[in-house]
Ligand binder design. Structure first.
Ligand code: DC
Length: 213
């Protein structure tokens, strides 16, 4: 799909550091930052609120059809709102959401809805959008693709330092093996290994790799 504004796509596994990098790159460039993981997390939160079993794909499909996620921009980044309620970081990163989100994200109808919402965000202006399938599925024609990787060890210790109980290896396994748009290195993406460099070095590598005119 062609884009009217530039979109920098940043994909990678859980806790690779892509959110911190994406947020700073967006701020430096004056682009709007979109964390698409939070859209899948908001959908998961709403499905759990509805009392649906996250592993029951039919029930998830039915519940998700009635859930609308709004993404208003506040201070340069999109928030996630479900029926007027802006979800807090605590709600988005709660243990139940961490455990369930990969099951919700593998339902093709959920992905179709959220991918359409993500593409529509281009109306806001230039974007830095991060997730798992942004360079491969959401904006495959973007010339500005980054894939941030880090060793499993580094990622697990980063997540526990953030105080979250999050089985990152298990989530990655589900995200890479699912049928609907699995996590891959997108064609044309520049890969940054974020295991042993500082956040500032990673940001500099991304900015140096981008060919923005
Ligand atoms: O980026 P994150 O760890 O907050 O993402 C949470 C989950 O959402 C992740 O385990 C898989 C799913 N996700 C996805 O399937 N596609 C995206 N573009 C972003 C996230």
């Amino acid at each position: 799909m062609s884009t009217s504004h530039p979109v920098i796509t940043i994909d990678g596994p859980a806790a690779s550091g892509k959110s911190s990098i994406a947020r700073i790159v967006a701020r430096r460039l004056g682009f709007t930052y979109v964390n698409t993981g939070n859209m899948y997390r908001a959908m998961t939160w709403a499905v759990l609120q509805a009392g649906v079993d996250p592993q029951d794909a039919d029930a998830v499909r039915t519940a998700a059809a009635g859930i609308v996620i709004d993404s208003p921009v506040v201070e340069g980044k999109t928030q996630v709102c479900v029926v007027g309620h802006t979800l807090s970081d605590g709600e988005l990163n709660s243990d139940p959401v961490n455990r369930a989100v990969s099951f919700i994200a593998r339902v093709p109808e959920v992905r179709e809805r959220l991918v359409a919402d993500q593409r529509a965000l281009i109306a806001i202006g230039p974007l830095v959008m991060e997730g798992r399938d942004i360079g491969s599925v959401v904006f495959p024609d973007s010339p500005h693709k980054i894939y941030v990787d880090a060793s499993e060890e580094v990622r697990a210790s980063r997540r526990s330092a953030q105080g979250h109980a999050d089985q990152v290896a298990e989530r990655d396994r589900l995200d890479k093996q699912r049928k609907a748009s699995p996590l891959v290195v997108p064609d044309g993406a520049i890969v940054i290994d974020n295991s042993h460099i500082t956040l500032e070095q990673a940001v500099e590598q991304v900015l140096a790799a981008l060919k923005l005119s």
